[in-house]
Design a protein around this ligand. Structure first.
Ligand code: ZN
Length: 501
């Protein structure tokens, strides 16, 4: 390897180590840390964050990247070395554009705002967070303005999470999806809601955890490079390619929560575990965008985990684990229950058909706030209006309305939500491409075999890490741009059959 590139990677490796140490401290905070550790942990994370930021913006790094430019240009775009330099330059240029004093202000504010929201939500008290949200909106605009030349003020914020995506393209894709989804949701909503009462019997925690672990082991999540622990708000995290962890939350009166949550997080984790080991500690050793990451969690959770084929294999095992609860429940009744569609208030509990309506209205409200078409004080009313229009249901309070998601209260307004729906769209596109390349995949899933599917995902997506952006991956895999058609085909065929549409 080129000597200069080696020196660059050594520096970037140190940044990676600081970030990994911070990730471990955060994981501990969310799993085992006693409450008394809170203040010191916040300080430790701030120190690590500051050290990493100093290293990320070191002018010496800029000089090295500049010297490597001719070398990069002499290499093919998709070579490892050119990709390492390209992605490192993108990270560097993004990091140096934002003033360190702004970032300090921003983190201090979002930490305060989060604390206020934690109290405001159960108290149904939007008024107390409103001034914080107003400041968040100002700061979000200020952050965007460090990246002049944008077409829409949300673009730089969207680009942080979903590189290469813009408000205009996302808006167009969402509008098209909405046109297709709304009639589908209406048609389903005019029919009786599936009965899922038996999913809400008592399911002891130990058995739930054991079943979930067995399921994700079968899918291919590797436990010699991972583990699972309990937490309040489940997530997946990585400290190295040899240590990618998942967390879960068990509700003893709700079988779906831990089961599908565990498969979801394992989907994120298998993506990270599938990155080529020789990219360890380099800027390429991460998933490429929030949309592609969600495409993997949702592919495993929904396209695989809520499919008939999957349960042909797993349902007898689930019945054996819970004979009293499920022994008398037929396969079809179970399949209908786990795919119940219902117009509901809470995004995180929504089914895969209505879920995107929750995301799209949040995305539109973000744009309206950033554009100044909507004031923060008018947000609860606008929120209720959109729920009425899109889902035909309105929360009587703000607790399960505008206060329900942490995103705006602990981060930017803009860029927070589009990844979820992009993930649904991309997941279907990738799954369709995998099944076209290997028509045996559905019958393999019925036998509890997942190697072909996971192998295809690894070959085409996982191994590359951040080498390609979401748009580049879709182009390479499907030969065309992002398209909602595979997702619509999937929903129409699955729910058309379930509801005889
Ligand atoms: Zn996720």
């Amino acid at each position: 390897m080129d000597k200069k590139l080696e020196a660059l990677l050594a520096r970037l490796g140190e940044i990676n180590d600081l970030e990994s140490a911070a990730a471990l401290l955060s994981w501990d905070q969310e799993t085992y840390m006693p409450p008394g550790g809170g203040p010191a942990r916040a300080r430790q994370l701030a120190t690590l964050g500051r050290l990493a930021h100093e290293k990320r913006t070191d002018p010496a790094l800029g000089k090295m990247l500049e010297e490597l430019r001719p070398y990069e240009e002499s290499l093919p775009y998709d070579s490892d070395e050119a990709s390492l330099i390209r992605v490192a330059r993108r990270d560097y240029e993004r990091a140096i554009k934002v003033l360190p004093s702004f970032m300090a202000r921003f983190y201090r504010h979002t930490a305060e705002s989060y604390m206020v929201w934690v109290k405001a939500r159960p108290a149904n008290d939007y008024r107390s967070v409103q001034p914080y949200l107003e400041k968040t909106l100002d700061l979000s605009r200020e952050l965007a303005d460090f990246f002049p030349g944008y077409e829409h003020i949300a673009d730089p914020l969207i680009d942080y999470a979903d590189e290469g995506m813009k408000a205009s393209t996302v808006r167009e894709v969402f509008a098209e999806l909405r046109t297709q989804l709304v009639p589908l949701v209406r048609a389903i909503a005019s029919q009786p809601v599936a009965d899922d009462a038996f999913l809400h019997q008592h399911y002891p925690e130990a058995e739930q955890l054991a079943f979930g672990l067995e399921a994700v082991k079968t899918l291919g999540y590797e436990f010699q490079r991972g583990r699972q622990d309990k937490t309040a708000h489940p997530f997946a995290t990585k400290f190295s390619l040899g240590d990618v962890r998942i967390t879960t939350r068990v509700k003893e009166n709700d079988l779906s929560e831990a089961l599908f949550g565990t498969v979801h997080e394992a989907g994120h984790a298998m993506y990270e575990q599938g990155i080529r080991m020789d990219l360890e500690a380099t800027p390429l050793a991460h998933g490429t965008s929030s949309g592609v990451h969600e495409s993997q969690s949702r592919l495993w959770e929904n396209l695989v985990g809520r499919s008939r084929s999957f349960w042909r294999f797993f349902y007898p095992k689930l019945q054996a684990a819970f004979p009293n609860q499920l022994g008398a429940v037929s396969f079809d009744a179970f399949y209908r229950a786990i795919n119940k569609v219902q117009q509901s208030l809470i995004r995180t509990d929504a089914d895969e058909v209505t879920y995107n309506l929750h995301v799209m209205l949040r995305f539109d409200l973000e744009l309206a706030l950033l554009e100044g078409r909507l004031a923060v004080r008018e947000l609860p009313e606008a929120w209720r209006g959109r729920y009425q229009a899109d889902l035909g249901i309105v929360s009587p309070d703000d607790r399960d309305g505008v206060l329900q998601d942490v995103h705006w209260y602990a981060g930017t307004i803009g860029g927070a939500f589009q990844g979820y729906t992009l993930g649904n769209i991309l997941g279907a596109q990738f799954f369709e491409a995998a099944a076209r390349a290997h028509p045996s995949i559905p019958s393999e899933i019925e036998r509890g075999e997942f190697d072909t599917l996971r192998g295809w995902l690894k070959e085409n997506i996982y191994q590359h890490g951040r080498k390609f952006t979401a748009n580049e991956l879709v182009q390479r895999i499907t030969g065309g741009p992002l398209s909602i058609q595979p997702y619509i085909r999937y929903l129409r065929s699955k729910y058309g059959e379930l509801y005889s549409l």
